[in-house]
Design a protein around this ligand. Structure first.
Ligand SMILES: Nc1ncnc2c1ncn2[C@@H]1O[C@H](COP(=O)(O)OP(=O)(O)OP(=O)(O)O)[C@@H](O)[C@H]1O
Length: 299
């Protein structure tokens, strides 16, 4: 079944107004998963899962704890094997890709893992330079300049470059990890719970940064999150993982109206309702975004 089946047709076609369309008016699919099945031993985690991610959108990926959001992200990245199905990124099926094609895809995606996953023995500058060393052949001077440029981009002060991860706050670790994820100028970034563990000010600032980067760099953002404020304020579309597949995909308003017990409990439950249904009142974004100037808080 198609991931957008419950919200098919014209409803889904309006789901991401900011994502660009091609000359035919169709949205460009940057990531396409079909019939993906993943399991461990007897446990099937994902079954016949379909998903489309459109170029230029911020897609929020939600689901109950343990439903397989991280497993799917790891499967897309080729870190967890699948039992069936196909996944194409940038039009390339990684199962049948040549070395050159695989390298092309790997250079064009960036990943922010949940805990940042910075190397503790490397300082921020060296961490940011890891993908450059892997994929590019640049002089140290140029890599140093690029690292500083990426620090600017994510709103970190330049003196953060020589700090080690243990010397950074949670918000700074997320930003440094994002700088590393962006170092090769990827077309798509995967963010695994980017605002978890951040205080509300830092979380709102990170959301603003995500939107700004999408708007200025034309990034596509695939964001696993439990953060209702991020879903309301930042995401163009939301995909819901339940029953081992993408049960629904659409705008926040479509999710609010979607008739499924988990979706209703999630979006219209006590926390969801606290926000109100126009996405503006309540929640930390409304409380804090106005106070938190762009990139002002590095967390
Ligand atoms: N390598 C593995 N071996 C066996 N089981 C695994 C493995 N990785 C994940 N699982 C199982 O797959 C299921 C989905 O895990 P996953 O981490 O993807 O959940 P999640 O949706 O990301 O949850 P959360 O929101 O709590 O982070 C869980 O039951 C987990 O125990």
């Amino acid at each position: 079944m198609s991931e957008s089946a419950p919200l098919s047709g014209p409803v889904d076609a309006n789901a991401a107004p900011r994502a660009p369309a091609n000359a035919d008016g169709e949205r460009d699919v940057i990531l396409r998963a079909r019939n993906v099945t993943v399991g461990f031993g007897d446990a099937i985690i994902l079954k016949d899962l379909d998903l489309d991610v459109y170029r230029g959108e911020i897609l929020g990926f939600v689901g109950g704890s343990g439903t397989g959001k991280s497993v799917l992200m790891r499967t897309i990245l080729g870190l967890t094997p699948k039992r069936a199905g196909t996944i194409e990124v940038l039009g390339i099926d990684l199962d049948s890709a040549s070395d050159e094609e695989r390298s092309h895809v790997e250079r064009n995606w960036g990943v922010l893992f949940q805990q940042g996953a910075l190397f503790s023995s490397l300082n921020v500058r060296q961490n940011i330079q890891v993908p450059m060393r892997e994929h590019l052949n640049l002089s140290q001077r140029l890599m140093d300049e690029l690292a500083l440029f990426k620090l600017d981009l994510v709103g970190l002060p330049r003196d953060a470059a020589e700090k080690f991860p243990a010397e950074l706050s949670g918000g700074m670790i997320k930003r440094a990890s994002l700088a590393r994820a962006l170092v090769l100028d990827p077309e798509i970034v995967f963010l695994d719970e980017p605002t978890s563990g951040l205080d509300p000010i830092a979380a709102a600032a990170f959301d603003d940064l995500t939107t700004k980067l999408r708007d200025t760099l034309g990034l596509t953002v695939y964001m696993v999150t439990h953060d209702l404020d991020s879903l309301h304020s930042t995401c163009d579309r939301i995909a819901v993982l339940a029953e081992k597949r993408v049960l629904a995909a659409g705008t926040i308003d479509e999710m609010l109206a979607f008739d499924h017990p988990w979706v209703q409990a999630y979006f219209n439950g006590v926390r969801g309702a606290r926000r109100g249904h126009d996405g503006s009142p309540g929640g930390r974004a409304a409380d804090l975004r106005g106070r938190d100037g762009e990139g002002a808080s590095a967390g």
